[in-house]
Ligand binder design. Sequence first.
Ligand code: FEO
Length: 168
Amino acid sequence: MLTKKMVDCLNEQINKEIYSAYLYLGMGSYAASIGLNGVANWFTIQVQEELSHAQKMYNYVIQQGGKSVLKAIDEPPQEFSSALDLFEKTLAHEQKVTGLINALVAVANEENDNATKIFLQWFVTEQIEEEDNASNLVQRLKLVGKDGNGLLLVDQELAQRIFTPPVV
Ligand code: FEO
């Protein structure tokens, strides 16, 4: 059983996870438009990751007797300047999401909601990986700089990314 405040906050985060998917969908479209199909693939997989995060939270709300109230998804930014720009914005976004997850944990603490605290630990751990992935790509693309061959090598590597669904 969740308190109303907890349900409201979890529903807000479901919206944010779907917004993340929308943001990355647009980033993938930009990458494809400049010929970086591997980068586009990375973002396509990221879209699936974000939708699975939303689904995991949605399932939890329902399992705990709550109702998922779905709200409008904001329009994401769609102007980008390079692969590095994409991953710098991805890293900044993931850092923001980490803050949102931490705020959710704080609400679960206030509400004395141990089940939700335990449930949210998966997201806390996931955010470490999300930030690390984006940070690593930012570092590597900075090393590549204006070297087109280096960029194409990174692009080829990102073409290999596949989606592994989490348990939801
Ligand atoms: Fe749902 Fe990228 O964190």
